[in-house]
Design a protein around this ligand. Structure first.
Ligand code: LCS
Length: 395
């Protein structure tokens, strides 16, 4: 990202989507906590429903507080438009419903967030949808798997929890060549570190629960599209199946969003130090962190991200048993799933976030039993290292 773009982003994070209301001129946006909006006349109601007139009708179809968040997200991801959803999984299911028809084929990153693949393998399979979940950091392998009925290339990069990185520009090239849609789950990077639409992706999604809200107190999701056509298609499906956001939820996410760059930068600084420290420890067998030279896609990360972020995973020489002991011994880090909040969280993906993925598939995706995931927060880094050290000492 150029200096100019970074400068623009840092100001947009604070201001995008804000339009002072003309009556009270409140500096914080109002929360329109209403399910429905009054029509001036029967004629106006009909005009709003037919689309002849623009305006709010009913909160599942749109609401000013939700719109403020959507405008901010569209600006940060440089998209045509954004849709806020009830959760990250509502964003995933809306995308699948909108673009997968009966007997369609999807290619996805093997190390996806567990439920993003489980919903295909246990639910969409009922409609004949088939999928190949593969190592998408290998572009040649993606090319081999493309079939006549392939519709979607669903990439998570960096991936949860292996931190594998996929070449977005190469994927966009394959998508154009084979007439597929490229969707990128950008949750782990956030718009501060990566803008997939700039590399040619068609649709970007987020679990807003993570970095964008950033305070582990709200769930939410978002879908940002490159074009009006894609946006309209997704909007239609979202409004019909009803996975929309609530106005109060949107307000909370918007409040969290306003400090996104500050939190991401501080957490990343901490993660760089912790990853280097872990890599040097005698008890540690391996560390997956895109900021380390030992990461297989370190060079690719520097081309498509502005920084490696604050998520990492590692394994101990003592394997699963030692890892379990360690995560039971931490005191400052919290043993919990989720990620991207201001506090440091530690968890065991094989038995927690990815428990729904069959064991054999987990192994293939690199989600081994010894893998521990760390979402580094914004605490003092020396305190975090002290905590990890005491937890490691007797593992
Ligand atoms: N995409 C990614 C990359 C995620 O990490 C998650 C949730 C989702 C989508 C789904 O979002 P949600 O519906 O939860 O807002 N990831 C979680 C995790 O790693 N631990 O707990 C949840």
């Amino acid at each position: 990202m150029s200096e100019h773009k970074k400068r623009k982003l840092e100001t947009e994070i604070i201001h995008a989507g804000y339009h002072p209301d003309p009556v009270a001129r409140s500096v914080s946006p109002p929360i329109f906590q209403t399910s429905t909006f009054a029509f001036e006349s029967a004629e106006q109601g009909a005009a709003l429903f037919s689309g002849q007139e623009k305006g709010f009708i009913y909160t599942r179809l749109g609401n000013p507080t939700i719109l403020a968040l959507e405008e901010a997200l569209a600006a940060l991801e440089k998209g045509y438009g954004a849709l806020a959803t009830a959760t990250g999984m509502a964003a995933v299911s809306t995308i699948y419903l909108a673009f997968l028809e009966k007997e369609a084929h999807l290619i996805g990153t093997a190390a996806l967030y567990g439920p993003s693949r489980t919903i295909i393998e246990t639910e969409f399979v009922r409609f004949g949808v088939e999928a190949d979940f593969i190592d998408t950091s290998d572009t040649a392998e993606i090319k081999k798997r493309i079939k006549k009925n392939t519709r979607l290339l669903f990439i998570e990069s960096p991936a949860n929890p292996t931190m594998a990185i996929t070449d977005l520009k190469a994927c966009a090239g394959l998508a154009r060549e084979h007439n597929l849609l490229l969707v990128v789950d950008n949750t782990f990077a956030s718009p501060v570190l990566q803008n997939p639409l700039e590399f040619g992706a068609d649709v970007v999604m987020h679990s807003l629960t993570k970095f964008i809200n950033g305070h582990s107190d709200v769930v939410g999701g978002a879908i940002i599209s490159r074009s009006q056509e894609l946006h309209k298609r997704l909007q239609k499906v979202l409004r019909l199946h009803g996975g929309t956001m609530d106005p109060h939820q949107a307000w909370l996410v918007l409040r969290g969003l306003r400090t996104l760059h500050l939190r991401v930068e501080r957490a990343q600084e901490n993660a760089r130090k912790i990853a280097a420290w872990l890599e040097a420890r005698p008890e540690v067998a391996w560390v997956n962190y895109p900021g380390l030279k030992s990461h297989p896609q370190h060079e690719l990360m520097t081309r498509q991200m502005t920084g490696p972020g604050s998520m990492l995973s590692f394994g101990l020489k003592g394997g699963y048993e030692a890892g379990l002991k360690m995560i039971n011994r931490v005191k400052l880090c919290t043993l919990a799933v989720s990620l991207g909040g201001i506090e440091t969280l530690i968890q065991h993906p094989a038995s927690m976030t990815h428990a729904s993925v069959p064991r054999e598939e987990k192994e293939k995706a690199g989600i081994t039993d010894d893998l521990i995931r760390l979402s580094v927060g914004c605490e003092n880094v020396e305190d975090l290292i002290e905590d990890l050290e005491q937890a490691l000492r007797e593992s």
